[in-house]
Write a protein that binds this ligand. Structure first.
Ligand SMILES: [Zn+2]
Ligand SMILES: [Zn+2]
Length: 249
């Protein structure tokens, strides 16, 4: 939902609303700048227009979409309009079953945005990109993306919405250089069957198995105060709005 939540006056929401705003969070999204691959965006939530303004970007080269939930595709109509007014065709990649859901939601979208399958790996610049399906608890399924650099082998993964992954689904998460993982809560107290993302405590247990070199936690709710990072190991950070990360290939 982003932070502050409109109905809420908790400590984190108040800091986001009335303080310096260090806890102010938009819906999760990622801009990927590649030397030979232009500008790729991962997910197009309802804050997309504001995020583009914050990045001072007028257009992007392509969009990758993890799944068809509102917080990840709610900005597609705005991107569609931007493409229409600039008279360009947008290019979006997503697994076939996600494309079907997007088409059902926005039947007119494909007249201006070309939806291409990401069932098989694609190459963007010097990166090989593959997707795989991950469990998303009560909310069904999502996809995660794995980027591998063709020369250096550097590997990073974007997995924003996942819980209760099978052994097979965990395999591509092992031993990566950088893992960007979604965790909404530090400790989510609700019954398992109502949940849809790992919380921070569960994620830290999994990092013992997966052994990522570096972790950034994203998709954070008002349950997480940016200053409360004592419990995190040195290689794990909370994402912040506008955060920039340079990869050391
Ligand atoms: Zn709150
Ligand atoms: Zn989400």
């Amino acid at each position: 939902m982003g932070v502050p939540r409109v109905y809420c006056s908790c400590e984190v929401c108040l800091e986001a609303r009335n303080g310096e705003g260090r806890n102010k969070r938009l819906r999760s999204s990622l801009q990927v700048d590649m030397a030979d691959g232009g500008v790729t965006w991962i997910d197009c939530g309802p804050d997309w227009g504001r995020q583009m303004e914050a990045a001072n970007l007028r257009s992007i080269d392509r969009m990758l979409i993890t799944h068809a939930h509102f917080d990840h595709i709610g900005g597609l109509p705005e991107w569609y309009d931007a493409c229409r007014w600039s008279d360009v065709r947008g290019i979006a990649y997503s697994p076939t079953e996600v494309i079907a859901e997007i088409n059902a939601r926005f039947p007119w979208l494909s007249s201006r945005i070309e939806l291409r399958s990401l069932d098989e790996p694609i190459v963007i610049g010097q990166w090989r990109v593959r997707s795989w399906r991950v469990n998303h608890g009560k909310n069904g399924y999502a996809y995660a993306f794995r980027f591998q650099h063709e020369r250096s082998g550097y590997t990073w993964v974007y997995c924003s919405d996942a819980i209760d992954l099978t052994e097979e689904q965990q395999e591509p998460l092992r031993g990566v250089d950088l893992l960007i993982l979604g965790t909404s809560f530090f400790h989510e107290p609700y019954p398992r069957e109502t949940r849809s993302l790992y919380d921070v405590r569960e994620a830290m247990e999994l990092f013992r198995l997966w052994q990522p070199k570096e972790v950034i936690l994203t998709h954070l709710s008002h349950d997480i105060h940016i200053d409360h990072r004592d419990a995190l190991p040195a290689n794990v950070r909370y994402a912040e709005t506008g955060m920039r990360v340079e990869l050391q290939l």
